[in-house]
Design a protein around this ligand. Structure first.
Ligand code: GDP
Ligand code: MN
Ligand code: MN
Ligand code: MN
Length: 249
């Protein structure tokens, strides 16, 4: 594979109502099969999934958690509002969001937006990816894949990486089960989370601060077969179960 990775330069500061597919297609050309990665932060800004902190009234739980984490209670309330289940309150909130993703502070973000505002994750990131994919197709007729990314911390290791929170036009997982290795052994376990691998490299190209590159195009990634069940069911997720046990004590 001879993969090309192209950051989309020259995009403006994104405002509510902006047509992201249009803005991107004015600055980039696409080929069928390309994969377009978009930072969730700009998708959310374009769709208005942002809020002013002074519109948020923190409840009792937010006040209590914020006292421990030394965060703004209004920010903590936004995290609680985004969450379907809180797995950890301290030293940071770790929670599940409606799409199944589990992350620190529910992905609520206060970077790359005005001082008094916060950015929520898109509530339905799979639909967000499909929406961008359709938008590009309507503009230039290209059949591309789209991945909505966010920067996210990991268990066990220091340092954040990009992950895929929504995707369209490909399966999340390249399922190697049943394939044979170089020695003819049948693979029994390997399901490669390709959308996360691509999202991670896209995140590297985007940067985290003032780079202004919220869209990255991957060309010639090939195709793979698999499935979209990237999230463990709650009962089979041993780390989630262990955290819940810890929280009970
Ligand atoms: P997140 O990972 O989804 O939280 O997004 P980040 O805040 O880390 O931003 C990812 C990339 O997009 C960085 O290069 C930012 O500078 C860039 N970015 C964020 N918001 C905007 C925007 O409104 N316009 C442009 N042009 N770039 C942005
Ligand atoms: Mn950010
Ligand atoms: Mn983010
Ligand atoms: Mn980021």
């Amino acid at each position: 594979m001879d993969i090309q990775v192209l950051g989309v330069r020259g995009l403006p500061l994104i405002q509510k109502g902006d047509d992201l597919p249009r803005l991107i297609c004015e600055r980039a050309t696409f080929e069928d099969g390309d994969i377009l990665c978009i930072a969730s932060s700009v998708y959310s800004k374009a769709k208005g999934y942002t809020r002013r902190l002074d519109e948020i009234v923190p409840g009792e739980r937010a006040e209590r958690i914020a006292a421990g984490t030394r965060e703004d209670p209004r920010f903590v309330q936004a995290v609680l509002d985004s969450s379907t289940e809180i797995l950890l309150e301290y030293p940071f909130i770790l929670s599940a969001v409606p799409c199944g993703h589990i992350g620190v502070r529910a992905g609520v973000d206060h970077s790359n937006i005005e001082d008094d505002r916060i950015i929520y994750l898109p509530p339905d990131p799979m639909a967000a990816a499909a929406d961008i994919r359709d938008g590009v197709h309507r503009i230039n007729g290209r059949d591309i894949g789209v991945i909505i990314t966010d920067t996210c911390g990991r268990a066990f290791r220091r340092g954040q990486t990009g992950i895929a929170i929504g995707w369209s036009g490909m399966t999340a997982i390249n399922d190697y089960r049943g394939d044979t290795d170089l020695f003819g052994h049948v693979l029994e376990i390997t399901e490669e989370a390709v959308v996360d691998e691509i999202a991670a490299f896209a995140n590297f190209v985007m940067g985290e601060s003032h780079q202004g590159v919220p869209a990255v195009i991957f060309r010639n990634c090939g195709r793979w077969k698999g499935h979209d069940d990237i999230y463990f069911a709650a009962a089979e997720d041993i780390i989630r179960c262990a955290l819940k046990e810890t929280a009970k004590r």
